[in-house]
Ligand binder design. Sequence first.
Ligand SMILES: [Zn+2]
Ligand SMILES: [Zn+2]
Length: 236
Amino acid sequence: MKLFNFLENISEMVFPSNFKCLGCDRDILKGMEFCDKCEKNLPYNNKNICEVCGAKIDGVGKCVICGSKKSYEIARAPFLYEGIIKKLIYDFKYNNAKYLFKPLSKYMINCYLQNNMRADLIVPIPLFFKRFKQRGYNQSELLGVEIGKALNIPVLNALSRIKDTSTQTNLNFKERKENIKRAFKLVDKSVKGKNILLIDDVYTSGATIKEACSVLNSASVNKIYVLTLAHTDFNK
Ligand SMILES: [Zn+2]
Ligand SMILES: [Zn+2]
């Protein structure tokens, strides 16, 4: 332990670690992710949420979309998809800001623990291979690996994306649902009987998540919990 501290001090002398706020680049203390000002403006998604999908709602209970048929136990996201978080997710996906997976995953880990999720396996939502090649990484997998390390849960790429659904952003709810159909294939049957933690970056219409759940449910998984970094606010 002492040697480790010594080496850490040496490395800090050689590579001075400047801790910068993820939101505004201001200097912050080690162990922090945001400065006080940005922290206050984070779009937390912990008040008035649908008990099933975690969407922001007026009052309590379920949102209008979550009816009687459930494809998963619960879906939760620490943030709403807006403000600083929306910008960071954009950088994470499109501006090669790969370093963001570590600090952002911390909020997902807290969310997992606060919501009493109990998973045996982490399954990230996969990217279509062309997209993966383009980006060089799957942002959901990076988050999943970090969460798995912290919670001691193995990560399994049990799903493969066999359809390019990159046009999803310009589609409405119904079109998204149609577009995403048969987009995933099960590539590892060892999910059977397991409690799965499905990871994605953003929960938008739920079409992607539900399609992935239907493939996992066909493979006789026990329970599915869904954890994303952010949830779209349907009221906006
Ligand atoms: Zn800041
Ligand atoms: Zn809901």
